[in-house]
Design a protein around this ligand. Sequence first.
Ligand SMILES: [Zn+2]
Length: 389
Amino acid sequence: MSLLIDNVGTLVTNDPELGEGPLGLIEDAALVLGDGVVQWAGPRAATPEAAAAERFDAGGRAVIPGFVDSHAHLVFAGDRSREFAARMAGERYEAGGIRTTVAATRAATEAELDATTARLVAEARRSGTTTIECKSGYGLTVADEARSLAVAGRHTDEVTYLGAHVVAPEYADDPAAYVALVTGPMLDACAPHARWIDVFCEQGAFDGDQARAILSAGLERGLTPRVHANQLGHGPGVQLAVELGAASADHVTHVTDADVDALANGDTVATLLPGAEFSTRATYPDARRLLDAGVTVALAADCNPGTSYTTSLPFCIALAVREMGMTPDEAVWAATAGGARALRRDDVGRLGPGARADAVLLDAPSHLHLAYRPGVHLAAAVWAGGVRA
Ligand SMILES: [Zn+2]
């Protein structure tokens, strides 16, 4: 079965060979989906004859690639709204708040964790996210981390082992023993469930040497690194990520010129997570500085119960444009093609022939409305793998 999406006001392909600029924009466009992939995309006047069995009239509205959210923590239990309220009343965020969620997650049944993850993936989908990464990191025992990854794997292929989220409370007096667990028996149990390994490299979590040991152990087991880096202060995370060939350094809020240079000259994407700065009332990362230096930038929602309880990439796009110096075009690219780069995927984040048929119809004439109309639900229809969600 194939589907012609016809009468598209603005089509974002993210393929400069198909249209104008880095977004590959085509005005008055059409798109043919079939067998789960994009079969054709171009100007409406050039639509192939007998293009498709079915026709969908976009009514002059915009179509963009599904959002690729490359950073999420969806397997958890509990609620931290009171902590959020306290923070908004003036308390400071420190990395230890994660332990509250760890206690609740360990106490939850697998069915409860599964239901929460499913609910959040569906919520993300309704706002236009068709690819989402998911980390463990609220179990922090061998069994609880492996269970979290098994749950994540039922909802996405992009599964990340984050046993090194914080030092488990049982090891508070002996972090070295916890690192040995994360790089030993926990890695043995988790590696079969994961594609990626991540570490929270931050004061109060893991220092540079510990992060290097953890990521190197993962690399030896075939897991590719991604790093929570330079969120709360300056640290070694960004440069370690680049040195180890991480797919992404995430947060990248407090960076030196040397950090920016390393990103610009390496293969590591800088994934910015403005929902975290919004929800902790912190200083936003300077996306303009990174983009001007030639760094590849992605935007992700960082959905987690402590510091960014949102699944909405449109919200992050609006923040990135208003607060981080990005243009609307750059922000839309970062939330689609940028996310795909951060996951080292070339089949998503674009709408050229052969790409996965992940498309979002916006209730707007162009993608600019994602930043222009903040807080408004614009995803009028979402196709994932060619299937209307
Ligand atoms: Zn995170």
